[in-house]
Design a binder for this molecule. Sequence first.
Ligand code: FPP
Ligand code: MG
Length: 349
Amino acid sequence: MTIDLSEIKDKTNLRGISFESIHLDLEIVDKNLSVELPKICGPLAEIISFIMSASGKRIRPALALLVGYLTSLDSESLKSTNSGKASLKPQHFILAELTELIHTASLVHDDLLDQSIQRRGQETIHLKWGTKVAVITGDFLFAQASVKLGEINNTEIVSIYAQVLAELCIGEINQAQSRFDLSKIDLNNYITKSTNKTASLFSAATKSAALLNQLPNHQVEQMFSYGQNLGIAFQIIDDLIDFTSESKELGKPAMGDLMQGIFTAPVIYALQDETVNLQLKELIKTRFADPGSLNEAKALISSSGGFDKTLQLAESYVTKALTELESFPNSAYKENLQQIAQFVLKRHS
Ligand code: FPP
Ligand code: MG
């Protein structure tokens, strides 16, 4: 069944997602991360506070909370579409927080590996405090996430998140090893890498939130699939806006991927087009030494339809994600999960 994305109401408030249904819950998560956490970070307090106060989208905690609510209703209450009876367990908050901590930790390490100078509109940790501090800060955030994982007291969820950490590393290594390597350009590899480095954390959050409510297996898997497809779409759009948004909007330098030889969907599609293939390959071989060459490459990708095809690819994953929600009866939480999918497609930063 095809879903008309334009039918879903746009109530997202971009700085993050400020949905009415989880607004207060997200504030608790935010306070725990940006105010309470630094209090137990000793010498790292200032750095952790600096990182956690930056304006992240908080999309992953929002997913954990919304799926937690959606799946807390038994089938009878779901049939009556009475979303007022939905509730969260304390573990859902812990899940939301630890998911954001893993994401943030991976970004601190990613920025160091990528030698990025800016994240979320502010200086990166390695630039401000040095390499050693950035490594230990990322490790510390991972450690805090592990502490919280233990607090959930559910071995299946521990196992899911342990697997996520492995997949993040595999995704990152694959990317590092393929830089400027034209022989490794392939849409399937790209989707696998995106699943590992981004979608794995999304699907861990949505699956675990459902598991905490002891849902039947097939519904847990539907929530997993919603998160995974959404996560893949999120990464595809991330890669698209790396080309199409301005640095100021992104909070980091634009066209960073291409500059570093990371070939994402727009480049993969453009290289499939014989009219631009040779010219684009020539530019790639120069490793963009000439400052104007990045914009030249962008123009070639655009003329080949690479950006349009990339958006269509993301739309196809969003449609798959939305399909997984269909069998869940309507509620404010379901609507918000649909809106997140819409937000993923429309975001510019
Ligand atoms: C951002 O990608 C990076 C990630 C989504 C994952 C990074 C993962 C690691 C560094 C592995 C570390 C993990 C462990 C468990 C030690 P991007 O570079 O495409 O996005 P960006 O443009 O926002 O930087
Ligand atoms: Mg990066």
